[in-house]
Structure formats: C-alpha cells, structure tokens
Design a protein around this ligand. Structure first.
Ligand SMILES: [Fe+2]
Ligand SMILES: [Fe+2]
Length: 134
C-alpha cells in the first residue's frame, strides 16, 4: 500500500505543505517497511524519523501560533499533544513486544492525515495568510 501526497491536503502555505509532504513520505516508508516485514531496527529508525519530524513540524506550527496570536492555538496544541501521546503508547508497546507493529499504526497516521492535516490545520490558514505567510 503506497501512501501518496494528494493536493487536497494542501493548505496553501508553502512551508507547511512541504512539511506535510514529509509526513506522507515517512508514512509511506513505514507502510512499506511493515508490508515487507523489515527487521525491527529498520522500523525503529523510521520511528525515530517520525519522532524528529513530529517535534519539528509541531513546533513550526506552534511558533507561528504565538507569533500571530492565533485564537485556536489552545485546542490545536492539545491535539498535537494527544497525537504525541498516542505515538509514544504505540512505540512503548512495540518495544515491549506486546504488540506486533502493524498496519494499525498506519491507520493511526492516516487518521491523523485526514482529520488533523486536512481539517484542523486548515483552520489556521486565514490567520497565517492575514500575517502575510503564504
Ligand atoms: Fe500540521
Ligand atoms: Fe497541526
């Protein structure tokens, strides 16, 4: 199953779209590694990439929230935190071998792509545009 970027996920802000494309790219790598039954080390590495990506991307968005005094910052940051919690949970289970890493993780990530990137991130676009960020 290939995970492919779709223009419908574009929020119309170049820097953010670039970062969201990276997320799709990591998802694709992960889904391939899972279907190809890659060893644990390979998956561990992709998890690290995902971690690095997530903290980098969330801080990009949250820095703009601060800079632009974005009204919806509170609930948005809460969603970011919940997502990090979910990821940590899955990773912990995986490292304790209680759960085989599976396409279930991909479904958590796809869910994020559809519900957060497509809906939640879209809400800050007007505010960012008003401050000249395109
Ligand atoms: Fe985002
Ligand atoms: Fe976000």
């Amino acid at each position: 199953m290939a995970v492919i970027w779709d223009e419908k996920y574009s929020v119309g802000i170049a820097e953010i779209d670039e970062q969201h494309k990276q997320f799709v790219w990591i998802m694709d790598k992960l889904s391939k590694a899972i279907t190809d039954l890659k060893p644990k080390e390979v998956l561990g590495q992709i998890f690290n990439d995902l971690d690095r990506y997530v903290s980098y991307h969330f801080s990009t968005e949250e820095n703009y929230f601060k800079k632009f005094h974005y009204q919806g910052a509170g609930e948005h940051i809460e969603e970011h935190e919940k997502f990090i919690e979910r990821l940590t949970e899955v990773k912990d289970k995986y490292s304790r071998d209680e759960m085989r890493l599976s396409l279930e993780l991909i479904s958590i990530l796809s869910d994020w792509l559809v519900n957060h990137v497509h809906d939640m991130d879209r809400k800050y676009v007007d505010c960012f545009h008003e401050h000249g960020l395109y």
